[in-house]
Design a protein around this ligand. Structure first.
Ligand SMILES: [Zn+2]
Length: 376
């Protein structure tokens, strides 16, 4: 058995309150997942993430494959044990980073040839290899190997990319199922296994998106993601694609929109029926001095905060807002102190996780759903 998804409540507009039971953690949805690219959510220690209430974080397959290497992580019992994170984890397929970071890519039907952005060494990723790496890392949820369609892309390019993504989804699933017992975990979770999600691509073409979603649903993944969004398109397009795809996906499996977004976006998508989201925005923006607050965006570098003794966000009760002033956070940034990224990131993550907590509380008032949970 892999995951167990329980849909608890649903609004008339599609918002869902649910629960994903994973080997390392039961995750309350809708959920925001902080991104831990290289085995760390940048600048924040794992115990702090726990106290912020993060139930699931991401790891990046491409980065961890290159350094320290998935075989080393497997030998050390998997990524949870290596980074000392007891709760749930999700790894991406490596595809997005291969396409966005590496040099000299060559895409064939078989896979992608690329050079490492670290040392120029040559590597070849196939769907099967991506599965092997993710199985070695041992995340609770793995992602099928896809080709992320860039924006803008003409129809011919989107169709070709979709053809590859669907062929690779099939190969990912077959290989993943054939190696379901290869987890690196040293703890037995009563026979619980890793799960695999399929990724819907198709650019901004609604019919291609629907076609991709239908084909993936036929393949019967444990959950479904909508990828290739937040790649430079206007926000209305992002929402249109999500609204087009969600009704095609089965109600009794989790739905994940990858790489979104701003605070108002994640709230909006959660209310539309998206169960899971991740984004580097709260952590990356924090390191550049941008705080998301109940009063809007605060650029902490701004001179007007030089003697502002108020908390970063008066409505926030995170450990940073309870203790430190805007003036101090500005000073740390100006002085280039290492603590600046840590404190800013803790607040931004608290803000994002708080949004999802409020959305979940709001959804508690929705109509209960007749139990449709099932085991996979
Ligand atoms: Zn705060």
């Amino acid at each position: 058995m892999s995951l167990n998804f329980e849909l608890l409540r649903e609004t008339s507009t599609g918002g869902r309150r649910g629960r994903i039971d994973l080997p390392h953690q039961t995750v309350e949805t809708p959920v925001f997942m902080p991104v831990g690219t290289q085995g760390t959510v940048k600048a924040v220690a794992q115990d702090v993430l726990e106290s912020l209430g993060a139930e699931i974080i991401l790891g990046n397959t491409y980065h961890l494959y290159l350094r320290p290497g998935h075989e080393a992580i497997r030998r050390m019992g998997g990524l949870h044990r290596f980074i000392s994170w007891p709760r749930a984890m999700l790894t991406d397929s490596g595809g997005f980073q291969v396409f966005s970071l590496s040099d000299l890519r060559k895409v064939t039907d078989d896979g992608v040839q690329f050079r490492s952005h670290l040392d120029g060494s040559s590597h070849f990723f196939t769907p099967e290899h991506s599965m092997d790496v993710q199985i070695a890392l041992g995340a609770d949820i793995c992602m099928s190997f896809d080709e992320c369609t860039e924006y803008p892309a003409d129809r011919a390019r989107a169709e070709e990319s979709l053809r590859l993504t669907m062929a690779w989804a099939r190969r990912s699933l077959d290989h993943f199922r054939a190696h379901a017992n290869d987890v690196p975990w040293r703890v037995d979770f009563a026979g619980r296994k890793q799960s695999l999600f399929g990724i819907v691509q198709g650019g901004m073409y609604h019919d291609l998106r629907r076609q991709c979603a239908e084909r993936l649903v036929e393949m019967d993944f444990d959950g479904y993601a909508i990828g290739g969004l937040s790649v430079g398109e206007p926000r209305e397009l992002t929402m249109e694609v999500i609204a087009e795809v969600l009704p095609v996906l089965p109600k009794d499996k989790p739905r994940y929109v990858m790489g979104v977004g701003y605070p108002d976006e994640i709230e909006q998508y959660a209310r539309m029926g998206v169960d899971m989201m991740d984004c580097v925005l709260p952590t990356r923006a924090a390191r550049h001095g941008l705080l998301f607050t109940s009063e809007g965006r605060v650029n902490i570098k701004n001179k007007k905060y030089a003697e502002d003794e108020g908390p970063p966000d008066p409505a926030c009760d995170c450990m940073v807002c309870r203790r430190y002033s805007r003036a101090y956070l500005r000073h740390l940034m100006q002085a280039g102190e290492a603590l600046t990224g840590t404190l800013n990131t803790i607040h931004n993550l608290a803000y994002y996780l708080g949004i999802m907590r409020r959305v979940r509380a709001g959804l508690e008032g929705a109509a209960p759903v007749k139990p449709i949970a099932r085991e996979f």
